[in-house]
Design a protein around this ligand. Structure first.
Ligand SMILES: Nc1nc2c(ncn2[C@@H]2O[C@H](COP(=O)(O)OP(=O)(O)OP(=O)(O)O)[C@@H](O)[C@H]2O)c(=O)[nH]1
Ligand SMILES: [Mg+2]
Length: 298
């Protein structure tokens, strides 16, 4: 099977040549997409060009997702691998990724489970949260939803048609593939320390990833569960208000004017928690049934 490697690069003059050199012996084609870099990325990229390495350039910075789309558009082969231009993903995992594709995986993720210390602390925390959410939404165990090292077939890329602009692209792709019932396989990999400056803004990019996941979670939650979950949240909110009023009155005036409020609070919060548990169980069962149905149809 012939492989095209896509490397999106934005201000990666230091890392890019090393990544190209390292991957050259493992793949059949390398497509570098310089996304309007303002440093010497394009120039060092030009020096790497040969019969196996192609370089494309966006005049302005369009975002990682756009760079990946440009890369896929120009790829010659059916199997596509994505890797970052910052030397973090070792090339030696390429055969494992490809073997999984040959064995029927639709999307293979290089899961950064070794040397996780090389992921900055805040990013690591975000990664754990997003992977947990992705696991919950998809009912599949996903340990690294955001990894930049991944392999898939070109038609799979088209089928997924991920709507994203920047670094939230990977998270969205993983959850979408899982939700559509595709087979995702994770290969544990080592993650090396980055060369050059990070482009990830934990707050801005984190917020985009969270919005993406929450909107998927909302759309993917069954109507029945929403009918249970929404009233339970209202119950808990009212319970909290009456509880806070009681605490305020007790602290401020020494007496609670509505003496039934504490009881009311306890009742509403308990019922709310019961309903949430019920909603989550209903949601879990609905998702499981959906997946079984999808498997039977496919
Ligand atoms: N094409 C393109 N690539 C980008 C852009 N921003 C980041 N990248 C590339 O996407 C890859 C991932 O970005 P990083 O800054 O390494 O983000 P990260 O890997 O999540 O975080 P670190 O652990 O700090 O490396 C790198 O190859 C970047 O060059 C962009 O705006 N356009
Ligand atoms: Mg990186």
């Amino acid at each position: 099977m012939n492989i095209s490697l896509i490397i999106p690069a934005y201000n990666e003059e230091k890392g890019l040549p090393r990544v190209v050199k390292e991957y050259l012996e493992w793949v059949d084609e390398i497509i570098v997409v310089d996304d309007g870099s303002t440093d010497g990325t394009f120039e060092v990229g030009q020096k790497c060009v040969n019969e196996k390495v192609k370089l494309f350039r966006h005049e302005i910075n369009l975002g990682k997702a756009a760079a990946i789309r440009t890369g896929v558009k120009h790829a010659s082969w059916d199997i596509i691998i994505f890797a970052d231009a910052d030397c973090t993903y070792p090339a030696r995992y390429v055969p494992d990724l490809i073997k999984s594709i040959e064995n029927g995986a639709d999307l293979v993720l290089g899961a950064r489970l070794q040397s996780r210390d090389n992921i900055p602390t805040l990013n690591r925390l975000g990664n754990n949260i997003f992977s947990f959410l992705a696991t919950y939404i998809s009912c599949l165990r996903i340990r690294d939803s955001q990894t930049g090292l991944r392999a898939l077939k070109r038609d799979m890329f088209d089928k997924l048609d991920v709507k994203a602009k920047g670094l939230e692209f990977e998270t969205k792709m993983t959850v979408r593939a899982a939700k559509l019932g595709y087979k995702i396989v994770e290969i544990p990999i080592e993650y090396r320390e980055r060369v050059g400056k990070s482009k990830l803004n934990p707050i801005k990019d984190g917020a985009k990833m969270l919005t993406a996941l929450l909107s998927v979670a909302y759309y993917e939650t069954s109507l029945l569960s929403k009918m249970v979950l929404l009233p339970s949240l209202i119950f808990i909110a009212i319970g909290l208000v009456t509880g806070l009023i009681s605490i305020y009155e007790k602290v401020q005036f020494g007496v609670i004017s509505h003496e039934y409020y504490p009881l009311f609070t306890a009742f509403l919060i308990l019922v709310g928690i019961q309903l949430i548990s019920l909603g989550l169980i209903v949601d879990f069962l609905t998702k499981k049934l959906d997946r079984i149905e999808e498997r039977l149809v496919r």
